[in-house]
Write a protein that binds this ligand. Structure first.
Ligand code: CUV
Ligand code: SF4
Length: 634
C-alpha cells in the first residue's frame, strides 16, 4: 500500500482544478495571461516528486550520507551507520516536530519578551489590554498580586513564563490545565513536558548520528515535544497576546481577495506575530498618515491580513482577510497591493520576485526572517509604533505608483463572524459549558470537530477544508476552527449564524438559540491552545478524559512542520486526528502502523490519513459515534 503515493497528486493544469474559490480562479487566470508564475506552476515543475523523500527514507544527518533505503527491498536496507528505514523515518518525523514546536514556541518567547519590556516601561507602544486575564494568569502561576501594581504583576508573570522555556527542573505549569487522568497517563509514559527549549534541543540531540535509534522511543519524544508546544509555547503565546492585545470577542468582518480596495492604500500584514500587526493597525489610523494618503490621492488606508497574522487582527479588530496560505501570491497579482508586510512563518520567498513584477513593496520586519528583494524595516519593541508608522508611510507613498492597467480586484468578498476565544464561547453559552454539554448529551449536537491547518498544492485549494467542514455540520457536528481552515470556511460563508441553514436540524436549533455560527473561528494556529482549553473544560465538567469526548480533529490540507507538531500534541491530548495529506512516514511500516493504530494503546488516540474530505468526515463521525456509545449516549 505504500506505492500508491501519487494518488490525488497529479498535475493540475486547469484553473478550476487548482482552487474551488472563484476569486482565486480569476486571479490565477490573470497570472496566466500575464505570464506570472505561482506555487501551482512550481509544483508542476517538481513532479514527479522524489519517492525517497515522500516515503521519509532519505537521511542526511551525517556526512557519510546521504543514505536512502530501497522501498522495494532490493537495494540498500540500511544506511551506512546501520540505520534502518524505521530509524530514519522516525528521526525525520521527530525533526519535523522539533521545527514546528520551535516555530510556535519562539513566537511565544517573543510575545513574552515584549510583555516583559512593556512591564518595565521599555515598550511604550504596548499596554495591558486585558487586566482580568493578567490577574487570573498570575494567580494560576502562583504569583501574589496583593498590593502590587499591574506592571509589577506583569513583570513577575513574564519572568515565570520565560523560565518555562529554559526550565531545568519539573514540568511545564500549563499542564495544570490538562484533565487529571490525561496528566497521569503522560506521567506514566514519561512524556510530561519539561522545559520547552529543552524538548526541542533534545530532539536535535537524539536525531544526531548514533544517539536514539529505536522508533518507538524516538516517537515518544515527539509526543512530549508536541505537548510542550500545544500546552506550553502555543498556550503561552495565546495567553500573553490576549493580555497585551485583548481577548477576542465575536465580531463581524469580510474575507477574500475582494477586500482589497480600489481607491485606498492596501497594506497587507502577513505572517504570524500580532506584535507587529497590532501596531500597523494603529498606525493606519494615524491622522498624519491619513492626511498623507489623501495628498497622494487615496481615499484612506486599508489594512488587511493574510494567514495567521490575518487571523490575529481579524479576531481582535475585525480587520478583513484577503486570503489564506495559497492566496498570498494571488493578492500581489491583483496589482492593488501597496505593501506586503511580513514577519515570520509561511511567507513564500517567491514574493520577492513576484512583488518586483508589480509596484508592491515587500517589507520584511523580523530580525529572524529575510527574503529576496525586501525593503528591510526591522521591528523592535522600544520603537514599535514609530516603525509601524514608517512602514505604513512607505505604503502610502507607494500609492501613486499603482499601475491601473495591471489592477484586477475580484468582486468576491464574504461576510464572516470571528472572535470565538474560549472565553467568548463560554460567554455565548451563558457563562458555563453546561448548555453545550447538554446539547451534546441530549444528542442535538453529535460531537465536536476541530478542523485546522494549512493549504497544500497537493489538494485543490480550500476543497478539503470546505467539504470536510460542510459534511460535519450537516451531520450535527459543531466545528471549531483555526488557521487557514478558518479562512477557507470564512470564504465559503460558513462562519455566519445564517450558515446554520447548512447544518443538521439539531445543530441548527442550537446555533439559532445561541446566535452563533455552526463553525466557530477560534484564531490563529497558536490558538489551537484555545481548543485544548475548551476540550479540557468540557472533559473536566463531565469527569472524563479528553479521549472520552465525542470529538475528532482534522487537518485536511496541512503542509507545515508546525502542523506536524500540532498533530503530535492533539493526538497526545487524546483526540483522533485525520490528516488530508500523507506525512513522509510510509517508508516505515513500524512508524506508520504506530501512528495510525498503535498510538491508541499509548495515548488513547491516533492518526488516520484520508485525502477525500467526505471520507475523512465519515472517519470522524464514526469515531464520534463510538465515543458517544462508550459514554452511554445515543
Ligand atoms: Ni499558522 S501553518 S499555512 S498560516 S495554517 Fe496557514 Fe496558519 Fe498552516 Fe501557516
Ligand atoms: Fe547515513 Fe546514518 Fe549518516 Fe544518516 S546518520 S546519513 S543513515 S550514515
Amino acid at each position: 500500500s505504500i506505492f500508491i503515493l501519487n494518488v490525488g497528486y497529479e498535475m493540475k493544469t486547469e484553473i478550476d482544478e487548482k482552487s474551488i474559490d472563484l476569486a482565486s480562479q480569476k486571479i490565477l487566470q490573470k497570472a496566466e495571461e500575464e505570464g506570472i508564475e505561482t506555487a501551482w506552476d512550481r509544483y508542476e515543475k517538481q513532479l514527479p516528486q522524489c519517492s525517497f523523500g515522500q516515503l521519509g527514507v532519505c537521511c542526511r544527518n551525517c556526512n557519510m550520507g546521504p543514505c536512502r533505503i530501497d522501498p522495494f527491498g532490493e537495494g540498500a536496507q540500511k544506511g551506512i551507520c546501520g540505520a534502518t528505514a524505521d530509524i530514519i523515518v522516525a528521526r525525520n518525523f521527530l525533526r519535523m516536530i522539533a521545527a514546528g514546536a520551535a516555530a510556535h514556541s519562539d513566537h511565544a518567547r517573543d510575545a513574552v519578551l515584549t510583555f516583559k519590556k512593556m512591564s518595565e516601561g521599555e515598550a511604550g507602544s504596548y499596554r495591558i489590554k486585558d487586566e482580568a486575564k493578567l490577574l487570573s494568569l498570575a494567580s494560576e502561576y502562583g504569583i501574589p498580586s496583593d498590593g502590587k501594581s499591574l506592571e509589577e504583576i506583569a513583570a513577575n508573570l513574564a519572568d515565570v513564563l520565560l523560565q518555562e522555556f529554559g526550565k531545568q527542573d519539573g514540568h511545564l505549569q500549563c499542564t495544570k490545565r490538562v484533565p487529571k487522568s490525561r496528566l497521569k497517563l503522560w506521567a506514566e509514559l514519561g512524556i510530561e513536558p519539561r522545559g520547552i527549549d529543552r524538548e526541542i534541543v533534545e530532539c536535535m540531540h537524539r536525531t544526531h548520528i548514533g544517539v536514539d535509534n529505536d522508533a518507538v522511543h524516538i516517537l515518544l519524544q515527539g509526543l512530549r515535544t508536541g505537548i510542550s508546544d500545544g500546552w506550553g509555547g502555543s498556550m503561552i503565546a495565546t495567553d500573553v497576546q490576549d493580555i497585551l492585545f485583548g481577548t477576542p470577542q465575536p465580531r463581524k468582518s469580510t474575507v477574500n481577495l475582494g477586500v482589497l480596495s480600489r481607491d485606498k492604500v492596501n497594506v497587507i500584514v502577513h505572517g504570524h506575530e500580532p506584535i507587529l500587526s497590532e501596531m500597523i493597525v494603529e498606525a493606519a489610523e494615524d491622522p498624519e498618515l491619513l492626511k498623507l494618503a489623501e495628498e497622494k490621492g487615496a481615499a484612506g488606508i486599508n489594512v488587511i491580513g493574510i494567514c495567521c497574522t490575518g487571523n490575529e487582527t481579524l479576531m481582535r479588530h475585525g480587520i478583513p482577510i484577503a486570503g489564506n496560505f495559497l492566496q498570498q501570491e494571488l493578492a500581489v497579482i491583483t496589482g492593488a497591493v501597496e505593501a506586503m508586510v511580513v514577519d515570520v512563518q509561511c511567507i513564500m520567498p517567491s514574493l520577492g520576485e513576484l512583488t518586483g513584477c508589480y509596484h508592491t513593496k515587500f517589507i520584511s520586519t523580523s530580525p529572524k526572517a529575510d527574503f529576496p528583494n525586501t525593503v528591510r524595516m526591522e521591528f523592535h519593541e522600544d520603537r514599535a509604533y514609530e516603525t509601524a508608522k514608517e512602514i505604513v508611510r512607505t505604503a502610502v507613498e507607494n500609492f501613486p505608483n499603482r499601475i491601473p492597467e495591471k489592477v484586477t480586484i475580484p468582486e468576491e468578498k464574504q461576510e464572516c463572524m470571528a472572535g470565538f476565544s474560549a472565553e467568548a464561547i463560554l460567554n455565548a453559552l451563558g457563562g458555563s459549558p453546561d448548555p453545550l454539554i447538554e446539547a451534546i448529551t441530549g444528542g442535538a449536537v453529535r460531537g465536536i470537530g476541530a478542523v485546522v491547518g494549512c493549504n497544500n498544492v497537493k489538494i485543490k485549494h480550500n476543497y478539503g477544508h470546505v467539504n470536510l467542514v460542510k459534511e460535519l455540520i450537516k451531520n450535527n457536528v459543531l466545528v471549531v476552527t483555526t488557521g487557514c481552515n478558518a479562512i477557507a470556511c470564512a470564504e465559503a460563508g460558513l462562519l455566519l449564524p445564517e450558515a446554520s441553514e447548512m447544518a443538521g436540524d439539531g445543530l441548527k436549533a442550537v446555533c439559532k438559540a445561541l446566535g452563533i455560527p455552526p463553525v466557530l473561528h477560534m484564531g490563529s494556529c497558536v490558538d489551537i491552545s484555545r481548543i485544548l482549553v475548551l476540550a479540557s473544560a468540557i472533559a473536566n465538567r463531565l469527569g472524563v478524559d479528553i479521549s472520552d469526548l465525542p470529538a475528532a480533529g482534522a487537518a485536511p490540507e496541512w503542509m507545515s512542520e508546525k502542523a506536524v507538531s500540532i498533530g503530535a500534541y492533539v493526538v497526545s491530548s487524546g483526540v483522533f486526528t485525520v490528516l488530508g495529506t500523507i506525512p513522509a512516514v510510509l517508508g516505515s511500516q513500524a512508524v506508520t502502523s504506530l501512528l495510525t493504530g498503535g498510538l491508541n494503546d499509548v495515548v488513547r488516540a491516533s492518526f488516520a490519513v484520508e485525502p477525500d474530505p467526505l471520507k475523512a468526515a465519515d472517519l470522524m463521525l464514526e469515531h464520534i459515534d463510538e465515543k458517544r456509545k462508550a459514554l452511554g449516549l445515543n
